[in-house]
Design a protein around this ligand. Sequence first.
Ligand SMILES: [Zn+2]
Length: 71
Amino acid sequence: MGEVHHLPRRRKPACPICGKPAVEKNRPFCSPRCHQVDLGRWLGDTYRIPTDDVPEEAELAAALTARDSDS
Ligand SMILES: [Zn+2]
């Protein structure tokens, strides 16, 4: 019946490696393999922390600062 709306909202996390839907037991990855890939990236020092968030945060901070100084 319509009980779905009653459940807590739940995102479907995507595997950061391949973008497939993550599997519960392998979260946040879709498989042990992707987990290994991620580990390998870290250990191999080829993994770069995604910088996509940084500009966003900077923008947010700037926006907050602007709002603060505005009021
Ligand atoms: Zn994956």
